[in-house]
Design a protein around this ligand. Structure first.
Ligand code: OSB
Ligand code: MG
Length: 373
């Protein structure tokens, strides 16, 4: 497979409601989409999950845009075959920039699988047709507001609730939700907002029977997570710390977590995400699919990934209407019986609504390979 053109398209998409975490609030997303066109005229789409500012991780959308255009694409033009596994090898010498690499890989996989008529889920080794969906609930302005939004998501049928926590919004929020809704699937995500000195405080969460606490400590603090794991009954799940299959193997060896959140963008792509899945499966750790407030493009990839066998907990694979008034794909993801269906068409299995995309677009850069010979 060879490329005729790549477009870097930035869109602005307002969230239906602000989403607040320990590292800040999001109101509307500034999203980088990668569109590829092969020499045979087949199109593929990828979504970059880098945030507007480098707060969740070291990457940010403007940096990803620049590094894709100036560093990553020039490494792909000389390749006689630019299918995803070949591109991954060609980009491996570039340090970091995993979200940037993952966006390109997603677009290449979409194009190559459309060419051969294979759905992404099937290509990755999926074993289910629908995936149970959870929902990630941001930090609210008040407990009544939190309880209202949780009630709405439970009514909609979500299988579990994940509460974002931070110091000052943890034990009281979890207690309020447990008291009001009883024995629901419940977990929390701290986005690295605590330190090991908070261990006794975090142990107060043990009384609520949470399925897990996600990333309580800093991204690079595997040893701290291992120490914390020895002091909590609540299982520790890592998100930010798991940047590769090797990082997952390290976390397992250290006893830093009992569960892993997998996001393909965070680990550099869907192929590496599958390796993280496999490392965890081999070590008996369940995984679940995280989310980064994706449009229907990135969501299609998440849902395909979440159909692999060791995804044993509901993911942050919520329906399109949890985020957007109108998604960028022609058929939004919907919640049915608490699950989201895995797309069945080739590649990502979703069609982009080109007219709507055009309205949302804030900039487009079209890049063609340099003339050969
Ligand atoms: O830590 O899982 C996270 C969103 C943006 C950045 C980080 C995270 C999140 C979420 C939202 O929790 C999950 C979703 O896409 O619904
Ligand atoms: Mg998280």
């Amino acid at each position: 497979m060879r490329l005729a053109e790549v477009e870097l398209r930035r869109i602005r998409l307002p969230l239906l409601a602000p989403f607040r975490t320990s590292f800040g609030a999001e109101f509307d997303r500034d999203i980088l989409l990668i569109g590829v066109v092969t020499e045979d005229g087949v199109r593929g789409w990828g979504e970059c999950v880098a945030g507007h500012s480098p707060l969740y991780s070291s990457e940010h959308v403007a940096g990803a845009h620049q590094v894709i255009q100036d560093v990553l694409l020039p490494r792909l033009w000389p390749l006689p075959d630019v299918r995803a596994h070949r591109a991954e090898a060609a980009l491996a010498p570039v340090q970091g920039h995993r979200m940037a690499k993952a966006a390109i890989e997603m677009a290449l996989l979409d194009a190559e699988l459309r060419t051969v008529g294979v759905p992404l889920a099937e290509h990755l080794g999926a074993v289910r047709e629908a995936v149970p969906a959870g929902v990630s609930v941001g930090i609210a302005d008040s407990l009544p507001e939190l309880l209202d939004s949780v009630a709405g998501f439970l009514d909609a049928g979500y299988r579990r609730i994940k509460l974002k926590i931070e110091p000052g919004w943890d034990v009281t929020a979890v207690r309020a939700v447990r008291e009001r809704f009883g024995d629901i699937g419940l977990q929390v995500d701290a986005n690295a907002a605590y330190s090991l000195a908070d261990a006794n405080h975090l142990a107060e969460l043990d009384q609520f029977g949470l399925s897990l606490i996600e990333q309580p400590l800093a991204e690079d603090d595997l040893r701290g997570h291992a120490a914390l794991a020895r002091r909590l009954r609540t299982p520790i799940c890592l998100d930010e710390s798991i940047t590769s299959a090797r990082a997952a193997a390290d976390a397992v060896a250290l006893g830093a977590c009992q569960i892993v959140n997998i996001k393909s963008g965070r680990v550099g792509g869907l192929l590496e995400a599958r390796r993280v899945h496999d490392v965890c499966a081999a070590n008996g750790l369940p995984v679940w699919c995280g989310g980064m407030l994706e449009t229907g493009i990135g969501r299609a990839a998440n849902v395909a990934l979440a159909a692999l066998p060791n995804f044993r907990l509901p993911g942050d694979t919520s329906a399109s209407d949890r985020y957007w008034r109108r998604d960028v794909v022609t058929e939004p993801f919907v919640l049915r019986d608490g699950s989201v269906r895995v797309p069945e068409g080739p590649g990502l299995g979703v069609e982009v609504d080109e007219a709507w995309l055009a309205e949302l677009t804030t900039s487009v850069d079209r890049v063609r390979p340099p003339e050969q010979g």
